[in-house]
Design a protein around this ligand. Structure first.
Ligand code: FAD
Length: 393
């Protein structure tokens, strides 16, 4: 078994590493710039550097990069806590390349490839999350347009975004998966209202508002903004969800906090006046255990990439990687908080917070990781039914 990267891939990784270190700094999050604004600016640099859509086919403004190169880029980005490109580049664009009309490709792909437009995703509704196909937002045909009424929730980044891609019900009589259509809408279309949801881990301007409720009241959208066939939007969404779940970033997101914790724990005085945190047996065990889990998660992620590169379709393998990676992050955050003691719970704005409050923020944000992009329970259901052929519960 040879898990080594080739010399070419290693040199690619070092180029990526250099680019990220030069272009993305923690400083970008200081002052009044929100995380979303910083990400948007950085996406412009990614586009200029040819990284943003490097795995798209060249015909659509991409660089024709391999799956392994894309994976290396995503891994390095997550290890540096840097964005790797927004939903336009990693979801809407790839979905349009597969399901879009020629006009849609011409209209949207260039602006996505140039990092000019920010997209958000309108799937979830107050009554439809895991059971997404039960969604109730209606789109009713009116000549060459559709009129949309309903509500979406947890729309990440909607306040900052320019466009939204949403799922709507276009046939209320059909079985639930067969009456759904997929649309693209400009967020300044009359009838759309966005209401931010306050979050526990918001800590000043740097976080901005992550979540939003998005309301649609008699919103008129041209039929030409539909992606794929009418009432077949579910199958387009399935493509988008595959792009969302298959990432290495969940494992890699644990690496930077872990490394900072390891370094801090080894510093004299990190536990009382003379001792280090790492002198404490249970803390040492926790650090060693986390290192093992990071290695396991890495290879679960690499397996997904290997399957994609071998023209195999990862399915339960993506679920394993998603579930293990997001649960690993929660365990890492929890172990860190325990090791740092009561001071570990201080927020980034508190000058007494160890590691500038990073673990407090990490602990709170990590809670959502086993919910976003399909909960851990849903991933386990997929592994049980599609991987182990167990009956549906
Ligand atoms: C950080 C974050 C970002 C998000 N961003 C977006 C976004 O941009 N756009 C968007 O549309 N949505 C977004 N979401 C919403 C996300 O997709 C949903 O929260 C998720 O699908 C779960 O749906 P729900 O919250 O309605 O929970 P529910 O589906 O109501 O689930 C509640 C609980 O029941 C469990 N459960 C449900 N069904 C089953 C089952 N069949 N078997 C076993 N257990 C089950 C779940 O695992 C969970 O523990 C985001 C969520 C998070 C946390």
């Amino acid at each position: 078994m040879d898990f080594e990267f080739t010399d070419e891939q290693k040199s690619f990784r070092s180029d990526v590493h250099k680019f990220i270190n030069e272009q993305w700094t923690r400083g970008a999050l200081e002052g009044d710039t929100t995380r979303w604004q910083a990400a948007r600016e950085y996406e412009g640099s990614l586009a200029d550097g040819g990284w943003l859509t490097m795995s798209w086919p060249e015909a659509y403004g991409g660089g024709g990069a391999t799956y392994w190169e894309q994976m290396i880029f995503n891994e390095e980005s997550a290890m540096a806590n840097a964005p790797s490109g927004g939903q336009g580049a990693d979801r809407v664009g790839p979905v349009l390349i597969i399901h879009g009309t020629q006009e849609q490709k011409e209209e949207h792909l260039p602006s996505i490839a140039q990092g000019k437009v920010m997209w958000c995703q309108g799937y979830s509704e107050p009554g439809s999350g895991s059971d997404l196909a039960s969604l109730q937002t209606r789109a009713i045909r009116d000549g060459d347009d559709f009129i949309i009424n309903g509500q979406k929730i947890w729309t990440s980044g909607a306040v900052e975004a320019d466009w939204i891609h949403i799922l709507t019900r276009t046939d209320g009589e059909a079985p639930k998966h067969r009456g759904i259509s997929y649309f693209m809408l400009k967020l300044d279309t009359p009838g759309i209202t966005i209401r931010p949801i306050a979050q526990l881990h918001d800590d000043g301007a740097a976080d901005g508002h992550g979540f939003n409720e998005t309301f649609f009241e008699d919103v008129r959208v041209p039929a030409s903004n539909m992606i794929g066939e009418e009432n077949r939007g579910w199958y387009v969404a399935a493509t988008a969800l595959d792009f969302e779940r298959s990432g290495i970033h969940r494992m890699a997101g644990a690496v930077s906090p872990y490394n900072r914790l390891l370094e801090f724990s080894s510093q004299p005085g990190s536990r009382g006046s003379t001792q280090t945190i790492a002198d404490h047996g249970p803390s040492r065990d926790a650090l060693a255990q986390t290192r093992i889990e990071i290695e396991v998660a890495k290879y679960l992620g690499y397996r997904v990439t290997w399957m994609q590169a071998s023209n195999l379709v990862p399915n339960q393998e993506s679920s394993m990687s998603k579930m293990f990676g997001s649960e690993l992050q929660q365990r890492t955050a929890k172990r860190g908080i325990n090791m740092l003691g009561l001071y570990g719970g201080l927020r980034p704005s508190d000058p007494r917070a160890p590691l500038a409050g990073e673990f407090c923020r990490y602990y709170m944000t990590s809670v959502s990781l086993t919910i976003a992009a399909g909960t851990s329970e849903i991933q386990r259901n997929i592994i049980a039914t599609r991987g182990l052929n167990l009956p549906r519960g």
